[in-house]
Design a protein. Structure first.
Length: 165
């Protein structure tokens, strides 16, 4: 009898404790929103600086490109946090949320795959930012090779874990 009561209590606790995930959902959503707003403020700051300085030169264009790539990186990290927030909400709290088709999360594997894709893009954007500011130093080769190794490892992992037919 007590085993039945115990299992009912444990099932009840586990069934409702999934709502603890709301803390992670709110935290990642707030972090995402903060980064998105910060990214937008950076866009305005870069435009303001461009107008204030009024310089139209090769050096100014290189600086503008570097700033823009940096802003894209901020938005991408904000997007990663949003994907985590939405995915956790869909998996643990409620599936009754309108999401675009690419963001439909049915399992932790779906969430992992979506995150992996966005992280790979963020790494490539980060490398692009370094390439734009490159001064000819060979150190960029190490960064490029490290990012390439991560991309190859992700590709192999994705290929190896795909469902077999």
């Amino acid at each position: 009898m007590s085993a039945t009561i115990g299992s009912v209590v444990i099932r009840s606790i586990l069934g409702t404790s999934r709502f603890l995930i709301i803390l992670a959902v709110l935290g990642t959503f707030l972090a995402s929103a903060t980064l998105q707003v910060f990214g937008l403020l950076r866009v305005f700051a870069v435009i303001g600086e461009l107008i204030r300085v009024g310089e139209v030169s090769s050096a100014a264009s290189k600086s503008l490109i570097a700033d823009t790539v940096s802003i894209i990186d901020i938005f991408l990290i904000g997007t990663v946090l949003f994907v985590i927030s939405a995915g956790l909400y869909e998996l643990f709290v409620s599936r009754d949320v309108e999401m675009p088709g690419w963001l439909k999360i049915e399992s932790l594997d779906d969430l992992k795959n979506n995150l992996t894709e966005v992280i790979v893009v963020a790494l490539l954007v980060a490398f692009l930012g370094q390439a734009v500011e490159w001064t000819g130093d060979v150190a960029i080769l190490g960064l490029g090779l490290a990012i390439a190794a991560v991309v190859v490892a992700v590709a192999v992992l994705t290929w190896a874990s795909r469902p077999r037919e």
